[in-house]
Design a protein around this ligand. Sequence first.
Ligand code: GLC
Ligand code: CA
Length: 573
Amino acid sequence: MFCHTVKVGTAAGMEEIMNRKWWKEAVIYQIYPRSFMDSNGDGIGDLQGIISRLDYLKYLGIDVIWLSPIYKSPGDDNGYDISDYQDIMDEFGTMADFDTLLAAAHERGIKIVMDLVVNHTSDEHRWFVESRKSSDNEYRDYYIWKKGKDGGTPPNNWGSCFGGSAWQYDEATDMYYLHLFSRKQPDLNWDNPKVRREVFDMMTWWCDKGIDGFRMDVISMISKTKEMPDGKVHDLYGDYAPYCVHGPNVHKYLQEMNKEVLSRYDIMTVGETPGVTTQLAGQYAGEDAGELNMVFQFEHVEGDGKYGKWTDEKIPLTTLKKILSRWQTELYGKAWNSLFWDNHDQPRAVSRFGDDRPAYREVSAKMLATCLHMLQGTPYIYQGEELGMTNYPFQSPDDFRDIESINAYREWCLDGQLSHEVFWPCITFKSRDNARTPMQWSDSEQAGFTTGTPWIAVNPNYREINAKAQAADPESVFHYYRKLIALRREHPIMVYGRYEELLADSEELFVYTRTLESETLLVVCSFCDHETVFAIPQEFAGASCLISNRNGDYTGTKITLKPYEAFVLHTNV
Ligand code: GLC
Ligand code: CA
């Protein structure tokens, strides 16, 4: 069994080797406030709602909350369109509520990481209201304005992430502004030093309040090439990616941010960096890069699309393993991984990577949790994942609330090439709204999320899947997550151990080891709905089992794994 005294004795040495940091050892829980808990019956989650559930999070055992945006916003993209960075969205409460939340979280030993959305603002932000007024306005250069081409077409062919052109014509000055997301999300001009100063001052203001870090929205997109040529055309529009993703000055600006703000506080930072490779991750978040602590990479949740990002197919296990293994080995000792299966932009983990049929939902949710939490990196749990919440059974396009899904349905089906029959399974499998249905707290009306009418429908399976029932059931997905989180505290090998993959060609099993000094873990996860045979490697004969989702017997040499079985063996010789 695990021996504490040995670990304590080697801790100092390990610290040196592994560069120990609190954010490497933490487990992070993402809250999407609109859908977490409504305290006043208006159907919209809010800050008081979060405060009322802090004890639940404390009991789960997480260390850090990542709060999706709570700032003042007209809500075109659910808060990712900010009109005032130093105020709170009306529906969510007041700054006093925020201060209460921060203090109440800190009292419980829970840190709060804010979402920093500074690639763009809302078009209702006062900077943009000024900027669009005239070409000599003092805020004009806070955004990216260009003349159209002769004949009245946009400056180039770029498409926006949410459909349509990335340029919006503005009559007042007869020019176009750039918006890589919705037209209510104009991109800031980071080449303007005044913009950087404003952003850094705002960040400092939040740090001085005592927040514990930032998750930085699409931070790899803040620097744009000056020339802005047409991009390669996919479907209807040109791709802005090579010109606006990892642009010419992105590292310069992040180093400046680090120097001006981040390095002055004991906070954690994670960059949302679409398009990042392992090599680039070393630049954004290398141990000595002087930029960020870690990045979110998207290779395992992107690239599976049939029509743009849309698909109804699961990623083959060998592809998934290849991607995750590459990130494990190539970042080792150089940069730090962020580990996630889902978030507010992705479908539900169990529906996508596991199996949400009733017979397999719980066991596959636990298997996915095992697989992720045993990898090297900081694990992120998205609200409801700890209950094995599933995708939503959409009936019609009217069920969508998300701007991306609404626009995609229009572009692909109503105006486009695909029939409803072909596109519907794809959009319902991948829609961001799958993750945004209300948190399922109990089996009472509206899953205990609100006493009113929720802004987006509750998944009808809340009577079976809810926090109250799972807290009372020691065999639940919820208690399994609690156990994994508790194990992380006891076993630094889960955090720092070196990763090595076994059986890379298997389409059924994800198997790997972790090694730290004299200790080793063997992690075995079945990703299939039938039995499989697995030979336990010699070194693990008779090893102790740290956790398993089927409570099997793993002492033999050849074992038959049940569908979605997962277990972890531990040796210390
Ligand atoms: C990020 C956010 C997403 C948002 C987009 C624009 O990808 O995670 O929710 O729509 O940026 O801010
Ligand atoms: Ca509310």
